[in-house]
Ligand binder design. Structure first.
Ligand SMILES: [Zn+2]
Length: 93
């Protein structure tokens, strides 16, 4: 980044990303002009978003694949579980 006043290349004096944005502060050694630059989202924020997007994509893939999957008779265990619950329920009465 060059100084807006004298055009000298500025020195980076500070860098913070606590707000989720990558903010860099610069100072011109020649005229003392200070400036800052918003480099957009901070790296950790980008990584965070990437992960969320990745998980969202995975979830989408899972739902997209669901109808293609062969119809497995998955109701059986549910019924036996229900029967077991009903048996326990009846025994209690
Ligand atoms: Zn300057």
């Amino acid at each position: 980044m060059d100084c807006a006043k004298c055009g000298e290349p500025m020195r980076m004096t500070d860098k913070n990303s606590f707000s989720g944005r990558d903010i860099r502060e610069y100072k011109c050694d020649r005229c003392g002009h200070e400036d800052w630059e918003d480099n957009g989202e901070a790296l950790w924020q980008i990584l965070h978003n990437d992960r969320e997007e990745f998980e969202a994509a995975q979830a989408l893939e899972a739902t997209a694949e669901a109808p293609v999957a062969p119809p497995v008779p998955e109701q059986k265990p549910v019924i036996s579980m229900w029967n077991r619950i009903m048996r326990v329920f009846r025994r209690c009465r």
